[in-house]
Design a protein. Structure first.
Length: 208
């Protein structure tokens, strides 16, 4: 009988998930800080929209990149919120979750033997997904200076090797709450362009 792949077995167990499992087994009120999710229930208008979508027949496969109407709505959001013009047909892909987006993005960027640089501390998936792609993860810690965390660009440059293909950062950061400045974002982009790297920005908490 075939066993589980070596790359899957080498992924370390998530300590965050371990804490969550303990908390879920506790009685009484427990603040759900482990997943970074709200304790507020899904708003009624969202629930109603989901029910209406099912009743209207939106229960089948979509285009690979997602419903055109959804992608167009996302493009309008980015235009209104960030002043960025995106082409809904060629520059937006809808996934079923943020982690799936990370999985697809990293899988498309990494081949076995490649390396990914992840600015840490970060959510465990960012370090684990490259391993499941049979790639390596190099962790570069954010540096604390003057009471604020910031990108250690010297450490980032030192971590880059001929096998590096991907640079990953999360802003706003979970768990630090660090938010990359516009200058830091520009410098990360310049580093990625200079070394021919993919730059993956996990911005799931952008509205916070």
């Amino acid at each position: 009988m075939a066993g589980v792949s070596r790359s899957a077995l080498e992924v370390p167990h998530s300590r965050i998930r371990e804490i969550a499992d303990i908390a879920m087994g506790m009685r009484g009120e427990v603040y759900r800080l482990y997943f970074g999710e709200s304790n507020l229930p899904t708003p009624a208008f969202v629930q109603e929209a989901a029910r209406k979508a099912m009743a209207d027949g939106y229960t089948y496969y979509t285009e690979n990149a997602g419903l055109p109407s959804t992608r167009e709505a996302i493009a309008r959001y980015y235009a209104a919120r960030h002043g960025v013009a995106l082409d809904a047909g060629s520059e937006i892909v809808v996934t079923s979750s943020g982690v799936q987006a990370l999985q697809v993005g990293m899988r498309c960027a990494l081949d076995p033997g490649d390396e990914a640089i992840v600015l840490t501390p970060a959510w465990q998936n960012q370090m684990s997904i490259p391993r499941m792609c049979n790639a390596e993860t190099r962790m570069v810690r954010l540096a604390l200076a003057g009471g604020r965390y910031q990108v250690d660009f010297d450490a980032v440059e030192a971590a880059i090797t001929p096998r590096t293909r991907l640079l990953v950062y999360t802003s706003p950061s979970n768990p630090l709450g660090w938010v990359a400045t516009a200058e830091e974002q520009q410098r990360l982009l310049e580093v990625a362009r200079r070394h021919g790297l993919w730059l993956l920005a996990d911005e799931v908490y952008e509205r916070l």
